[in-house]
Ligand binder design. Structure first.
Ligand SMILES: NC(=O)C1=CN([C@@H]2O[C@H](COP(=O)(O)OP(=O)(O)OC[C@H]3O[C@@H](n4cnc5c(N)ncnc54)[C@H](OP(=O)(O)O)[C@@H]3O)[C@@H](O)[C@H]2O)[C@@H](O)CC1
Ligand SMILES: [K+]
Length: 521
């Protein structure tokens, strides 16, 4: 079960940095693939993509051709569209540096494509294609060029398409080299997706991201050392959820315990429980504050109440009193955190129970804040010798790991996962799940996933789902973690704006039921 790779290792899913892309290309060239052929392939594939979108082309096309091979791709596109009868003109904002690009450009002018000597007018209705700089750009670009492009983008008379990477955007960091980069309506990533394109910080620049396949052999992809997968809602169809035999008793259908809520934040406990129930786990039990415990039987009669948590004078939950009475080893997974509030003394007394727990420990929200404020800090994770998954958003992450520095959220998640031997969900517009070996970058997910209360729902859902999967495989990887996060995000995307976390919980239950039914039939 551990070897299953989800999603598959292919050029649609694998994300690389600019150096890795260069290595893959170089290997293809040294294996005998002519460079000219690869450029031709990229240019023709993009032209095909464009020809399926005729309304974009009807007012003519202006291609900005840069000095390197990104410009060469642009020249091939210009040629193909011109040959199909469209009005095409090109402009070269910089002197051409590469022979291949120059050859293509010379041919273009010989067949009658106009080569502008002055910059084009940003108020025209023609489509602009940014083939200025691509994967190997390393520094800031002339400000006037970016301004011109962005004038075009903002006036909305027509569209801007960036080839491979928007000019001015760092392919690795997903941020402009210096405050500005081309803003595109579409970015067409050639060969493989570059890390920078899938970062939250790139969202204002890339527009719709599409992948252009140029046939990178799987043997080359398998060799990419650090595996980062881009996953979208399309990858939901390949999620196999283990089906539990109907006659298996409830203790064998996943046992989870949630420690959630406080007098101050009772709602978080309801939502976490709702998430756990929607997973279909057989045995969901909880440690709850009295306010929630009193009424839980009315909303969720299937919950087994394990104990009641006292609250301190500020209304935050005291875990210790409950933890000392519970045998945690009876549970496949335990989730702690949603709405418990902060109580440093209580954490000091309680933490050993959690350190010693041998199952999957899921820590969220105030459990993470309690760790950040404790003496042990993030070393808690190193002291714990068993599987731990955490679900911070960026502020919680910074508090937990002040010494981890990376220019991207993806880098931060991977470094923390490696250094502290944990599974991490780094929540963002497009969330990231990482363990020490692999990373799953969610992409194109609904930003609604950040609605209030959804984090609590998610913690419970992860706890319940993992408890089920742990009954099949004692050593589940972060691949499962990533699947749960994607399922939860999809359920949120199905609900209308304004629907609350509880309604999304209902949607999640429905999704899980349907998914399992379809797998069985
Ligand atoms: N992946 C694939 O399968 C395929 C990829 N292909 C395509 O190749 C592209 C990569 O091409 P590339 O190596 O020529 O680099 P690219 O980014 O065009 O420009 C680098 C040049 O620009 C210069 N330069 C950089 N920044 C600058 C600045 N701010 N201001 C001024 N100058 C600047 C830099 O000069 P230097 O730094 O050396 O001074 C260098 O000469 C890739 O994105 C894709 O479109 C396809 O053709 C084949 C299949
Ligand atoms: K570009």
């Amino acid at each position: 079960m551990n070897e299953i790779v989800w999603p598959t290792i292919d050029s649609k899913h694998l994300i690389v940095d600019s150096k890795q892309m260069l290595i893959v290309e170089k290997e293809m060239f040294s294996d005998g693939m002519p460079q000219e052929a690869l450029m031709e392939k990229a240019g023709i594939q993009i032209s095909r993509w464009l020809l399926k979108k005729k309304p974009l082309l009807k007012n003519g096309i202006t291609v900005f051709i840069g000095p390197g091979h990104n410009g060469g791709d642009g020249a091939v596109i210009a040629r193909e569209l011109f040959l199909k009868g469209f009005y095409v003109q090109v402009w070269c904002p910089f002197p051409i540096k590469k022979t291949l690009t120059n050859d293509h450009l010379n041919y273009l002018t010989s067949i009658g494509v106009t080569k502008l000597v002055e910059p084009p007018d940003a108020n025209g209705k023609d489509l602009w294609i940014d083939a200025v700089f691509g994967n190997n750009q390393t520094r800031k670009v002339d400000d006037r060029l970016i301004k011109l492009f962005n004038q075009k983008f903002h006036n909305k008379y027509s569209k801007v398409i960036s080839i491979d990477i928007p000019t001015g955007l760092c392919p690795d960091k997903g941020q402009p080299f210096l405050d500005k980069a081309v803003k595109a309506d579409y970015t067409l990533a050639i060969g493989l997706n570059k890390i920078g394109l899938t970062q939250d910080s790139a969202l204002p620049f890339i527009g719709e991201l599409h992948h252009i396949d140029v046939g990178v052999p799987i043997s080359k992809l398998s060799k990419v050392d650090k595996k980062i997968f881009k996953v979208t809602y399309k990858d939901l169809k390949n999620i196999d959820l283990p089906s539990l035999p109907k006659n298996s008793n409830k203790y064998k259908r996943g046992r989870t315990l949630l420690i959630a809520g406080s007098e101050k934040y009772p709602g978080a406990a309801y939502l976490a429980l709702k998430g756990a129930i929607s997973s279909g786990a057989g045995y969901v039990s909880a440690v709850l504050p009295e306010v929630v415990a009193e009424s839980i039987w009315q909303v969720a009669p299937e919950i087994v109440l394990k104990d009641i948590m006292q609250s301190n004078q500020n209304g935050n939950a005291s875990l210790f009193g409950a933890l000392k009475n519970i045998d945690l080893s009876a549970f496949d997974s335990v989730a702690v955190g949603p709405g418990i509030g902060i109580d440093n003394d209580d954490w000091q007394k309680s933490k050993d129970y959690l350190l010693d727990y041998g199952g999957l420990l899921i820590l969220d929200a105030d459990a993470l804040n309690r760790i950040s404020e404790s003496k042990l800090g993030a070393n808690f994770f190193l002291e714990r010798k068993f599987k731990t998954w955490i679900t911070p958003h960026s502020k919680e992450f910074r508090r937990l790991f002040p010494n981890i520095n990376s220019s991207t959220n993806l880098g931060l998640a991977l470094d923390a996962a490696k250094e502290f031997n944990i599974g991490i969900l780094f929540k963002g517009a497009n969330s990231i799940v990482a363990d020490s070996k692999k990373v799953w970058q969610l992409f194109g997910t609904d930003s609604q996933t950040a609605r209030a209360g959804l984090g609590d729902l998610l913690s419970g859902f992860i706890a319940g789902s993992s408890a089920i999967d742990l009954t099949f495989c004692r050593n589940i990887t972060a691949e499962y973690f990533a699947k749960y996060v994607l399922l939860h995000s999809f359920a949120a995307s199905k609900c209308k704006k304004g629907s609350n976390a509880s309604a999304i919980g209902d949607e999640l239950s429905k999704l899980m039921r349907n998914k399992k039914m379809r797998q069985i039939s």
